[in-house]
Ligand binder design. Sequence first.
Ligand code: CA
Length: 748
Amino acid sequence: MLSSASRPQRRWFVWSLWTVCCLLLPANCLLSVQNLANAQDSVTEQPQVSPPNILFIFSDDHAVQAIGAYGSTLNQTPHLDRLAAQGMIFDRSYCTNSICGPSRASILTGLHSHLNGFRRNGDRFDGSQWVFPRALQENGYQTALIGKWHLESDPTGFDYWKILPGQGHYYNPDFIHMDKSRQRDPGYCTDLITEDSIQWLEKRDRSKPFLLMSQHKAPHRNWAPHPRHFGRYKLGSNPVPATLRDDYSGRSRTLADSEMSIRNHFYWGHDMKFHGPNQLPQYFLDGIPNGEYARMSDEQKAQWDAYYQPENDAFLAQVQAGELSDDEVLLWKYQRYMHDYLGSVQAVDDSVGRLLDYLDQSGLAENTIVVYASDQGFYLGEHGWYDKRWMFEESFRMPLIVRWPGQVPAGTRSSALVQNIDYAPTFLQAAGIEVPAQVQGRSLLPVLQSDGQAPSGWRDALYYAYYENDSVHEVAVHDGVRTDRYKLMFFPRTNEWNLFDLESDPQELRSVHEDPQYQAVLAGMKQRYRDLRGYYGVNSATIPVTRGDEAWWKARDREKSALAKQQAYPLVFIGDSITQGWEGPGKEAWEEHFAGGPALNLGFSGDRTEHVLWRLQQGQLGISRPSAVVLLIGTNNTGHRMQAPAEIAEGVSAIVAELRKRTPESKIIVLGILPRGESALDAMRLNNVAVNQQLRRLDDGQHVFFHDLSSVFLESDGSLSREIMPDLLHLSPTAYHRWAEALVPLLP
Ligand code: CA
């Protein structure tokens, strides 16, 4: 990339040249000049054309099913439709990770979640990493962000920002300003963000091109529409999706475990907008009132109640009179949900209209790229759900509409496979800025400039990963690959594969992974899955993940973390079931050699390197800065996944790095993964041997020490006896004694 110092001067020259070109050439020639300049940009320092302004209008949880231009049967969005008619609609636009914060982080960095570090809501975005707004800023752009941010840390790369705290509110929202002050603005959030956006455009430095990210809270839960949209999508008028009563059969068993169904997981107050205590506990969850109502002025409350109260009263009376079946209650909930969701969308559409009008009136429309997107899709009753998270189409898809007069032909559609990591390189290339090599997305310019056709060599498949676990909605961790026609999903907790043929089963109601006719497809998709994970640098051994959805694990985590907060332990053991076994068959040896330390046992049965990483990052060491840590981990990466030795070694290495960071004075004793399987030629044993070869390199002779104690457990011919390891994996009491005796001399 060009240095920030040299770039602006070149820009001025470039813009002057563009102005001259504009005066001399007809429009079709201008495009050629632009293309020529783009083509040469990566090679030489050729003069360039005027950088376009970028207006990025971004909403939260706006599904394509609720956009007219995408063929909505639910609502009308005239302003988004106008944008689409003047630009290009992407029909196969997807996110990397279907949840608010992670999608935003991928957009900013052009990276998948595991590399930008924001894998789940509640993570803290590292704003010191490369983000595209800063690259634009350093190249002469004026940059601003107004509205929802949701990445915990302060925005970076912006000349101006004004953000909602966390999720933000619809009514009379608070905003955080650049000086960290908080202020409550009276009014409706979507309108306020629109007005602030226009105000910033008015006040901006007109000598520079701009990037404005105008980011709405709407239509995020809890879907509180503006009074002007009350009754627009009224009860009973909204078409019901065919899969509202999905029974989740024929797919991963984790579907039925999730908690995001309209039938069972709507709150009485928060979602359904009733006041007071829950009068229908058989149908609604308790505990979260409608927080928006509490923020309203008396006048707003009066308007709200005038609309909602009669409907609520009528429904309650009908249920109490026994007039409604369970299914009719489900339909009522769906209708209320749609009224509120679509009403919230409507204000976003209004906002698009106001911003487009402003661009027209201010003469900015011609040289401004307008992008409309939302951080992910959403379930509008499909599969019986609300919310997002899954790799199924409704939440995996993102709306993406791009208008760029003179560059993008009006009224075009693209079916190229695109992803939110592509936005950053697209904006950079549009601005004539070189895209850094680490960015994983690809510029959409070649698609935008060829009527939406994917150029030769465009991507054939997308990689997706959802990491959030043990949290609201209980959606299982999963990842997968989507091609034009097929989708492969993997659920590590249950070790299940799902395969969908999107041509014959667009609603994804039946996994065909066991269908004999699809075995070749399954094999091909698995290969593509492995290869894409390799291409994007996904190594699950190094990506921290909880097992908090397993009750015993969560309880043990809680218990151990509490112990570690109460006292400092001079000796800590970290690992899986073999370490946990000091509390079982190894108890006697433990009492004899270590208990007096006192020592802390952080062994968790079944854990892999990624789980240990998660535990350490959550602070499981507590107040302990032990003189020695004994780490034995990795055999489950072999046993459950047969992961490549290099990947497992990277996982162990990441744990050692985490320990070094958290307890720099400790002696870290990394043990070679213990032998398993009867013979020396057992495939899993050999995998562990290969890991150990690599772990040896971690030994620095100062803080980290590697010891392979295999010989303690093996017979002279290299075999394992059942007296030592009854199941050829776990240790007998005798083996624990041997292990303890071998360990003691290694401790400080
Ligand atoms: Ca979202």
